[in-house]
Design a binder for this molecule. Structure first.
Ligand code: PLP
Length: 395
């Protein structure tokens, strides 16, 4: 196969042609600043409010509850720091989990170090699921925020968000969810799940990079995070990224319109890939919940293999995958998510994440399995650990 096989859609996705098409006029003809009052700016302003309505409609929210941000990371930072600042008179306790994205984890660590926050990082079970009863037990009179991701970016596990939201609501605590991997993949209604704040990012759903939003339920107090002009109802300053906002709304509508059919197709392909790997490659473990998982996520640990070597050899075959979270690759530490589900370091090191996209085909996956089988055999043949294992097994 002499083309790139892209299986890293949780890292980012290709921008869809119709998204690019929708964005282009807002770079060239309709370039006015939405805050200006002349006619040229009217088109930009109108496009921003239409886009806000589209996104709000998808979540069952009101347009004025959607605040555009520069990325998913900014939305996570704002939700956590902004809520902490607004509610710090009530308490300083935050509950989150050990498997959050670093956009949440590092923000919580920042608050612990710099603002005397007290953060509980909940354990998860071996499939990466939060136990709602443990979460409820962790609540104290000082708890002001619960932040649990909708679905995990590495192992794809989908959390019991409704149950968690119900607990938060029952105790009068704000509930934030990082839905960067879930928005556009799963049908989310903020009221059904008792969500008070939700973060999302356009580039995970065939939209542009550098574009996110934070849903903030009406009535929730939150301190501004970026200070300046009066944009975003005076809560998030900065001239709006009009092409980005238009592109995001287009990508979101596209994702939701195609959701049922697309995710069904991806789920079937994902199961095909998992089944072939588990059947045809020995000493492999599937990470993440087998059922409650994102339709496009495959994460496996291959014993006696170094994930980085696997990644490089697959890259030489034109296959793009990830050995963990894209944001942490470059570091040799094993993934915090894989350690949190109980994998020993050496197994976590041999992990591979493959995330399918709307363009993925069965033919591509079959090709990947064939290549993977050969590479795994080759790497194991060079592994002293594998050699010892085989010797001991023969004894
Ligand atoms: N949260 C999760 C779960 C993610 O997967 C990512 C990106 O990988 C982010 C947050 C950060 O989003 P962005 O890349 O838009 O900053």
């Amino acid at each position: 196969m002499n083309k790139i096989i892209y299986l890293d859609n949780a890292a980012t996705t290709r921008v869809a042609p119709e998204v690019v098409e929708a964005m282009v006029p807002y770079f060239s003809e309709n370039y006015g600043n939405p805050s200006s009052i002349y006619e040229l700016a009217g088109a930009s302003k109108e496009a921003v409010s239409r886009s806000r309505e589209t996104i709000a409609g998808i979540l069952g929210a009101e347009a004025k509850e959607i605040y555009f941000t520069g990325c998913g990371t900014e939305a996570d930072n704002w939700a956590i720091v902004g809520a902490f600042e607004a509610y710090k008179d009530k308490g300083n306790h935050i509950i989150t989990t050990k498997i959050e994205h670093h956009a949440v984890l590092n923000t919580c660590e920042y608050l612990e170090k710099m603002r005397k926050a007290n953060v509980t990082y909940l354990d998860v079970d071996e499939n990466g699921l939060v136990r709602p009863e443990e979460l409820e037990k962790a609540i104290t009179p000082k708890t002001i925020l619960i932040s649990v991701m909708y679905a995990n970016n590495e192992i794809g596990t989908i959390q019991p968000i409704k149950e968690i939201g119900q607990i938060a609501r029952k105790h009068g605590i704000l509930f934030h969810t990082d839905a960067v991997q879930a928005f556009g993949q799963l049908p989310i209604q903020v009221d059904d799940d008792y969500i008070d704040m939700l973060s999302s990012s356009a580039h995970k759903i065939n939209g542009p990079k550098g574009m996110g939003f934070l849903y903030i339920r009406k009535g929730v107090k939150i301190r501004s995070f970026i200070h300046g002009g009066a944009q975003e109802r005076k809560r998030r300053a900065g001239t709006e990224n009009v092409p980005g906002i238009v592109g995001y709304a287009c990508a979101a509508k596209r994702a939701v319109d195609s959701m049922e059919e697309r995710t069904k197709r991806e789920r079937n392909l994902r199961n095909h890939l998992i089944n072939r790997i588990m059947k045809e490659i020995p000493y492999v473990r599937l990470n993440g919940d087998p059922e409650k998982r994102l339709p496009n996520n495959v994460n496996v640990s291959l014993q006696f293999i170094e994930g980085e070597s696997l990644l490089i050899m697959l890259d030489m075959e034109g296959i793009c995958v990830s050995s963990g979270s894209a944001c942490t690759s470059g570091s040799l530490d094993p993934s915090h998510v894989l350690l949190a589900i109980g994998l020993p370091h050496e197994i976590a090191h041999g992990s591979l994440r493959m995330t399918l996209g709307e363009d993925t085909t069965k033919e591509e996956l079959d090709y990947v399995v064939e290549k993977l089988k050969g590479i795994v055999e080759h790497l194991r043949a060079m592994s002293p650990l594998y050699e010892d294992f085989v010797k001991n097994r023969k004894k």
